[in-house]
Design a protein. Structure first.
Length: 163
């Protein structure tokens, strides 16, 4: 099941449309590390991660795994683990996925720059929970918690971001 995202911050799947937060750098076809942009692309949903200590597993059509406190994502283009899941701490720049806020309580790992990985083309593009005010993301697509659960339960397998 495919969802379509448009630059104004809307995600549509089947006949339902949801408000979405997008990257602070806008929506760009020429995505690169650190630009804060959401890539214009067809992004397959690879897997879903969730905080089992805070909520029940969401229904979804892709592999699912509970997050662990030492889960991270390498965002260092010079490291061989760039744009991959890592166990923290690592000797490279990496984002912690276990957060105090609820933004990463559910994370859909989107297939951006992962087959093959190109250093510097961007990392950690996720579908996750939006801040309550829908503040821009660092390049991800973010939805309200109930909306994210609904979209996943509809059998989401791909997010298409249009420019």
């Amino acid at each position: 099941m495919r969802a379509i995202v448009i630059p104004g911050g809307l995600l549509t799947i089947q006949s339902e449309t949801f408000r979405a937060a997008l990257g602070r750098g806008g929506v760009r076809a020429d995505k690169h590390e650190g630009d804060g942009a959401t890539p214009v692309a067809a992004l397959p949903l690879r897997q879903v991660l969730y905080r089992a200590d805070r909520l029940a597993a969401p229904a979804c059509a892709v592999p699912i795994r509970a997050l662990l406190p030492d889960d991270g994502w390498c965002d260092d283009p010079a490291d061989r683990r760039y744009n991959r899941s890592v166990r923290l701490p690592v000797g490279a720049s990496a984002e912690a996925l276990w957060r105090e806020d609820a933004v990463y309580d559910i994370i859909g790992v989107l297939g951006w720059n992962d087959d093959p990985i190109e250093p510097g083309r961007g990392s950690a593009i996720f579908l996750h929970i939006a801040q309550p005010d829908y503040a821009p993301t660092e390049g991800c697509v973010a939805l309200a918690p109930d909306d994210l659960r609904r979209v996943l339960a509809m059998g989401l397998t791909e997010v298409v971001v249009r420019g």
